[in-house]
Design a protein around this ligand. Structure first.
Ligand SMILES: Nc1nc2c(ncn2[C@@H]2O[C@H](COP(=O)(O)OP(=O)(O)OP(=O)(O)O)[C@@H](O)[C@H]2O)c(=O)[nH]1
Ligand SMILES: [Mg+2]
Length: 279
């Protein structure tokens, strides 16, 4: 594992007396913070993949339907697929309470005012968490189309959500979020007629910013598109783990689910059979 870098406190610490001439500017500080985050994220991704777990980072503006869709996904995928979720919000555990009703392992991350999740928050919340036979770890990011685009969490894929009720041009106005995603989901498709949503215009806007990105249309209310979405998640997992043309039971070669849970819960712990691979 990459050695831990300085904490944010250290990176952001004020320079001592006489250091002002060499003090880092805002751009330097931002680069340091992002560089540290990227290192933590890369190490986390490696550890998760070695354990047969893939993480999906769900991003969107507030209210586009991340939690509602995740409720359906957790319910449908459940223990059979090994689905679990972390959900980030500025305050309250309301989303975690909604998601926990699915029966899947769920944990809330409170950012206490921060507008995005960071890799260390994911890392910290995985420690000591009994995720059972987890293979698909969903992370619902803070509803925000700007800041979360800059922070790699260690995900295998970023999934951007856009609802029919938000209009068609969000991708053009917030390009980094869409261009950094591996999958785009148009939610609340059941409301398309009521809000005169222009499907083709929205798809063209997404494709304009992110050529070739797969687009799925879903309704958490009617269930439309959910089977297609799950198929794509399975494909993304297989691709991330290099299993694209192999049987799923190949996971045994990477450590079964029980071992996966152990590796996630005890990073660097002595009980892992192959510490070098996951540490
Ligand atoms: N008709 C319809 N309503 C939906 C659908 N998905 C979500 N909603 C509604 O949209 C509202 C917002 O949904 P949430 O799932 O809370 O949105 P979110 O993206 O998690 O919001 P934040 O966590 O605040 O970013 C709720 O009232 C949902 O019931 C859908 O597919 N169809
Ligand atoms: Mg939510």
């Amino acid at each position: 594992m990459t050695p831990p870098g300085p904490g944010h406190e250290a990176v952001l610490a004020s320079p001592g007396a006489g250091e002002s001439a060499a003090a880092p500017g805002h751009a330097d500080i931002a680069a340091s913070v992002l560089g540290y985050n990227d290192r933590v994220a890369a190490a986390l991704r490696e550890r998760l993949h070695a354990a047969g777990v893939v993480m999906f980072n769900l991003v969107s503006s507030p209210g586009s339907g991340k939690t509602r869709l995740l409720e359906e996904l957790l319910r449908r995928m459940g223990p059979e697929y090994g689905a679990a979720a972390l959900v980030g919000d500025l305050a309250t555990d309301r989303d975690a309470q909604r998601l926990a009703r699915s029966g899947a392992p769920v944990r809330q991350i409170s950012t206490e005012g921060l507008c995005h999740l960071e890799a260390t928050m994911i890392q910290d919340h995985l420690i000591g968490w009994d995720v059972g036979e987890c293979r698909y770890l969903f992370v619902e990011n803070v509803g925000n189309l700007v800041c979360p685009a800059s922070f790699d969490l260690g995900e295998a894929a970023r999934i951007v959500f856009q609802s029919t009720t938000e209009g068609e041009d969000k991708p053009l106005k917030y390009p980094p979020m869409y261009s950094s995603a591996q999958l785009a989901v148009i939610t609340k498709i059941d409301l398309a007629g009521a809000v005169e949503f222009d499907r083709d215009a929205c798809r063209a806007a997404i494709t304009d910013v992110s050529p070739g990105v797969p687009i799925v249309e879903t309704s958490a209310k009617t269930g439309e598109g959910l089977d297609d979405l799950i198929r794509r998640l399975v494909h993304l997992r297989d691709h991330a783990l290099g299993l694209a043309h192999e049987h799923h039971d190949d996971d045994h070669h990477r450590g079964g689910p029980a071992e996966a849970a152990d590796q996630i819960n005890h990073p660097g712990g002595p009980s892992r059979p192959d510490a070098r691979e996951v540490a």
